[in-house]
Design a protein around this ligand. Sequence first.
Ligand code: ACM
Length: 547
Amino acid sequence: MTLPLDLIPAPLSAEHRGSAPGHVSLDGRTTLDAGPGTGTTARWLRTTLGAATGLPLADGPGPHAIRLRIDAEVEREHGPEGYRLSTGTDGAAVVIEGGGPAGVFWGAQTLRQLLGPEAYRRAPVTDRGPGLPLVTLSDRPRFGWRGLLLDVSRHFLPKDDVLRYLDLLAAHKLNVLHLHLTDDQGWRIEIERHPKLTEVGSWRARSKWGHRASPLWDDTPHGGFYTRDDIREIVAYAAERHITVVPEIDLPGHSQAAIAAYPELGNTDVVDTTALTVWDTWGVNPNVLAPTETVLRFYEGVLEEVLDLFPSPFVHIGGDECPKDQWKASPAAQARIRELGLSGEDELQSWFIRHFDRWLTARGRRLIGWDEILEGGLAEGAAVSSWRGYAGGIAAAEAGHDVVMCPEQQVYLDHRQAPGEDEPMPIGYVRTLEDVYRFEPVPPGLAPEAAAHILGTQANVWTEVMENRARIDYQVFPRLAAFAEVAWSALPAPGTRDYPGFERRMDTHYRRLDALGVDYRPPAGPHPRQRRPGVLGRPLEGTPPIV
Ligand code: ACM
């Protein structure tokens, strides 16, 4: 008999060398033997696994050690994020050899899974030392970009909840947190030189309760922002977990909160921007940035501070859903189009994007934007988040641009996860756990040279109808577990995902999520407290068109 390991995401290979748990156990003698470059993992094991097990995990080698090493051969075979893990071999309790520091860390995440759901608690619930099965496994990620977007603008997610999400990403071997920091409904990052962005732009008087067609309002004022030190803490906490935080400053659309704070940023010749407030409802907003030098200088100042805080090679500048009505009506915008020799408003949008592409490139960073940045000419060197389906990503990849696949039809986790009246504020198409599990990030038929530009994939969580962390948990889990496997685990051949096998492994994974305190959607449907009876969503019927 072999015991199921129930690892999620599934590893590349696992050899199970025994029939019962407990051949190797962690106890008061267990030490940490951390080689050069493995400090993040040693710290994480001591704090997180140490808390769950109550074990001191003192430094030192020996037969009871958890041995952490960086190994050149593992790097050659599996890359810097790959690892080998074995228990009860080579004169140690556990050996984790990573291709690089990140590989060692992902190996430690696997070790935690092998220790059982109790290893996900913050204090021991038993005085029995945790037992380990005898295993040897090799593993590596399929994609280098395995991301989650959190929209912290529509509803502010307090800093502690962001840190908790970083832990949840790490537990699923995801390595990118894309923070959507600005939108019409709130500006969430302190910018020293423009203090009104948060003094004014991070607060709204009330919020639409439900989708925008809902007649209901939540009259509780809403808002909040991250200070510079909050951001530094988030970025450092992520780096300790080998996660990159990609900041998004959305322009030239999705900008009403910024315009409410600084009315001169808007199209003042067509709208009284001094009368604008931070938006309190949802949808695509007509109040976009004016194409002026003042606006360019303002956002360069914003981005200078963003670059100071975020070491990420990629900086996301949005570029999505920018209605052109105000530019069409604005004599100033029309004069700008003529002066720049542009063909029209679409090119004006490209001009905005190209400006910041050059600006970021000159500072050693790379621009990433939503697939609308393809319209009117794609900026050089820019990468694309393909959200409106596969098409933008295919066009970008075929033109030699890097792509992150996040099609709304498949991996927008705000979309409802079951049919029926019980889903809270149901949005979009039904995308079940199985649908997400079967998502394929590389579009079928893409030529290999183009496919090489698919950096990876990302699940996006837009929070219009998620007023707090519990609602986010409900939408994100359990589907993020399926997504993690899509992003991490290579398939032997296309279309070979074994959903029944995944569901079986999920039995154990739900117990891990329970121990972590994740408020996931139970397989049988929402708990009563997870429902929102009578609050309108916007469900779409049928099967989503895959475009
Ligand atoms: C988007 O969903 N507007 C990127």
